[in-house]
Design a protein around this ligand. Structure first.
Ligand SMILES: Nc1ncnc2c1ncn2[C@@H]1O[C@H](COP(=O)(O)OP(=O)(O)OP(=O)(O)O)[C@@H](O)[C@H]1O
Length: 604
């Protein structure tokens, strides 16, 4: 199967509504409003959007008795065949009767739009919790492990009343677990990848009756793709669906939460054994995430059998150590940005490995797999890219450059976080990025910019290709006066030659302006994304020398005047970081073991 060609390497991760064209953004908002209106007309009150995923949008509202409901709509941009899966999801959800699973209410169809209705799980999903809290401690991970194991057991023991009919959820991950801190209630949501298991955990076929066994094509899989950042190898490569899939989801979830990552791929570099978990739990998680099928399965069996007795251990919360950020960041108290990350020079992170057997490309998750460039990238590189995406889930702007040379990794950075309460969690996210970078052994350069999508300037072209505007929009900037002594420290744009991943030819005058700007002490980035019908200019600028404010503004205005002469299509950008080679790190393949103490009382 041929991979789709990827043209632009400054790929923004999740399309922020602010980056859509005005037309698309309007359509999107209108559609959300129609959904809300429809639900209100059906008699539900206080309708609001509470979540979205690759497949759909989720709204919440109350029925006339005050009971909280959830309504899931499939994305209108997806193929009808994919949208129709919402009905399958409704069916699978209706089969499950478990206190940890929201009750199925109804599946309705308004014209082509299906709506899945179910009970609302109160609280927040664990991905959001993880983003706020950073690494989750031993006791909480252990409690969650026991609860998830009990759900797995329940799914395995599912029966139709007459015969055994184990169910696979197929997409267990932090964002599909909703947790209410006040009541400690936990729910497993999103049954869109759920199917009946075809084989049991030992690989033996399951058939609810003899006819099924006769008619089923024993070699084809009914498996659905779960989130490519969390599913195990068997599900990814299209094996027959089995309860092992969910063991993988559980292990990946526990690992991601304990390590403050948004995927499973970092496990070789930051193993569960390095996260301060009890040794037995850490080993079982690492085992379950192993590449070796036998190790994986026996760890899975061990987990299912022993987690309840492991959880009897005394695991008091240990005094929190203040973790220092491996690279510095600063705070801003202005309005929080809508952060988007663009990255470049990913090319070298690829490893030619087209052996991956891919399932149905007509799948939103797989589409994401392609777009995010994961199909021929090693696990550590995937984890690194995922850690960069995770940084953009924080209200932060700035830039990072990673330069892998001989024996060291050099990181230049400028990061500003707009919410001080997130400092500890952001520190964990930043430190993971550095640890993962330390484990990349190829030589090369990677850079990324985080900016506020709300500030992106968009100019549409008319039929002749000229940009339409009444008055030329201005590139804005913040002024922060830093010490005079700092101003003299060296700083520079990337002067490392042309980025092979960028194709946009910028007018010479634009480049000249950028170099003139470089003479003034500041930090920031500017990315020109030229599409056939419009130009997006993503940017953020912080002037660090207030005495140069007028000159800085004049140059930015000039830059805009020249930018409207862009005729080419593609992406190009510049980033300026305040100091050169801010930090040097040694390479490190794997973090060392660190377990929860055998005798926590001694530590307390
Ligand atoms: N019953 C529910 N109660 C409360 N919140 C819910 C419920 N169902 C979904 N959500 C919230 O909505 C989000 C998106 O829902 P869901 O995962 O079902 O959508 P999706 O499009 O299938 O997402 P994904 O891309 O993760 O597969 C969830 O992460 C969760 O926060």
């Amino acid at each position: 199967m041929q991979a789709k060609e990827i043209r632009n390497f400054y790929i923004n991760e999740e399309q922020s509504v602010y980056l859509l064209s005005h037309h698309d953004a309007k359509k999107h908002r209108q559609w959300l409003n129609i959904c809300i209106k429809k639900l209100t007309l059906l008699g539900y009150e206080n309708v609001e959007m509470i979540g979205s995923g690759a497949f759909g949008f989720v709204f919440a509202g109350h029925d006339d008795t005050g009971l909280p409901w959830v309504f899931k709509f499939s994305r209108i941009t997806l193929a009808q065949s994919i949208r129709d899966r919402l009905e399958d999801e409704a069916y699978m959800l209706s089969q499950i009767n478990n206190p940890l699973v929201p009750e199925f209410y109804a599946f309705e169809r308004i014209k082509k739009q299906g709506i899945l209705m179910m009970a609302r799980a109160m609280g927040e999903d664990l991905e959001k919790v993880s983003l706020k809290k950073g690494r989750i401690g031993a006791a909480k991970i252990m409690t969650l492990a026991v609860r998830l194991r009990n759900v797995l057991l329940d799914l395995r023991n599912h029966n139709t009343g007459i015969t055994a009919q184990p169910i696979v959820h197929g997409d267990i991950k932090p964002s599909n677990l909703v947790w209410d801190e006040a009541s400690d209630a936990l729910s497993l949501v999103d049954w869109g990848s759920s199917v009946y298991a075809q084989i049991d955990s030992d690989g033996n076929p399951i058939a609810s009756n003899f006819m099924d066994l006769m008619s089923a094509d024993l070699s084809t899989t009914n498996a659905r793709m779960g989130d490519v950042y969390f599913i195990g190898e068997a599900q990814m490569s299209g094996e027959q669906s089995s309860p092992r899939f969910d063991e993988q989801g559980v292990a990946a979830t526990l690992y991601a939460l304990a390590s403050a990552q948004s995927c499973r791929f970092g496990v070789d570099v930051i193993p569960a054994s390095s996260l301060g978990l009890p040794i037995e739990l850490a080993k079982v998680i690492d085992g379950m995430l192993s590449k070796n099928k036998q190790v994986r399965n026996s760890a899975g069996d061990y987990f299912m059998r022993n987690i309840t007795s492991m959880a009897k251990a005394y695991l008091p919360e240990l005094p929190k150590k203040v973790v220092k950020a491996a690279i510095p960041f600063w705070f801003s108290y202005d309005e929080e940005p809508e952060t988007v990350v663009y990255s470049s020079r990913k090319q070298f992170l690829r490893q030619a490995d087209h052996k991956q057997q891919l399932l149905d490309v007509n799948d939103a998750q797989l589409d994401r797999y392609y777009k995010e460039f994961l199909f021929d990238t090693g696990d550590t590189e995937k984890a690194f890219l995922a850690s960069i995406s995770r940084l953009a889930k924080y209200p932060a702007v700035g830039g990072l450059s990673f330069h892998w040379k001989d024996e060291s990794l050099f990181v230049e950075s400028s990061l500003i976080l707009y919410n001080e309460t997130l400092a500890a969690a952001f520190t964990d996210a930043v430190n993971n990025t550095v640890m993962l970078a330390q484990a990349i052994s190829q030589k090369g350069l990677f850079k990324c910019c985080l900016f506020d999508a709300r500030k992106t300037i968009q100019l549409e072209r008319d039929r002749t290709g000229a940009f339409k505007f009444e008055s030329l929009p201005e590139l804005d900037f913040e002024t922060v006066n830093v010490n005079a002594s700092d101003v003299t420290r060296p700083h520079s744009y990337f002067e490392d030659g042309k980025d092979p991943d960028e194709q946009l030819q910028l007018p010479k005058k634009v480049i000249k302006c950028v170099f003139e700007l470089n003479q003034i002490h500041h930090t920031g980035c500017i990315i020109f994304e030229a599409l056939p019908d419009r130009l997006k200019i993503h940017h953020y600028y912080r002037l660090l020398d207030a005495s140069k404010e007028d000159e800085f503004r004049r140059l930015l205005n000039k830059l805009m005047q020249y930018a409207v002469n862009i005729t080419d299509v593609g992406v190009a950008g510049f980033m300026k970081l305040p100091y050169k080679n801010t930090r040097e790190f040694s390479l490190c393949e794997q973090q060392s073991n660190h377990y929860y103490p055998k005798n926590p009382k001694m530590t307390l």
